[in-house]
Design a protein. Structure first.
Length: 184
């Protein structure tokens, strides 16, 4: 009887790994790893903490929890159960610092010291990323199921881009050309 339960458990766990076909974000494991890097400014202390968490098997438990549970939830629901909604990070840009707040469906970006902001919002139904400012929404990007994306250009047209180096290079050239035309 115990042998049958063990075989059934092994079969279910392997099915969870193979049937979801999702690498996932491994958010729990990555949070643990990020925390480990900030324990101390001394790399040797961080290494000792890493080895301790590996021996205790905290890293193993976090990795298995991500692989079997959290990544599967993320794959089937489309949302990460450990998303950092409400977290605000200060990011240095070319023109000063920006505050980036994580939302359940995107980000709010505000230049430090200013009250106006813009939102980058993901629309799950349309599979698009949109820029929302002053109540107006502008589509930026739609990810297609066939390994391409539609990039919506400033002139109102859109460009289908393959998701590889050549496609990204073509998109950069097109965007640079569009920005040049807008600047004139």
């Amino acid at each position: 009887m115990k042998k049958n339960k063990l075989a059934l458990t092994a079969l279910l766990l392997s099915g969870a790994l193979f049937l979801n076909s999702c690498v996932g974000s491994f958010s729990l494991f990555n949070r643990l790893s990020s925390w480990n890097r900030t324990v101390s400014d001394d790399k040797f202390v961080n290494e000792l903490v890493f080895l301790s968490l590996t021996i205790i098997p905290v890293y193993l438990v976090a990795g298995v929890a991500d692989a079997l549970v959290l990544n599967s939830i993320e794959f089937w629901t489309g949302s990460n159960p450990l998303a950092n909604a409400g977290e605000v990070k200060r990011v240095k840009g070319e023109n000063g610092y920006y505050l980036v707040e994580t939302l359940p469906n995107g980000y709010t970006i505000t230049k430090e010291g200013e009250s106006t902001s813009m939102n980058l919002i993901y629309n799950q139904e349309e599979n698009t990323w949109n820029l929302v400012t002053n109540g107006e929404s502008t589509r930026l990007l739609r990810v297609n199921d066939n390994g391409t994306a539609d990039l919506f250009l400033p002139d109102g047209k859109h460009m289908n881009v393959t998701l590889n180096d050549q496609g990204l290079m073509a998109a950069r050239q097109t965007i640079a050309g569009s920005l040049l035309m807008v600047a004139r």
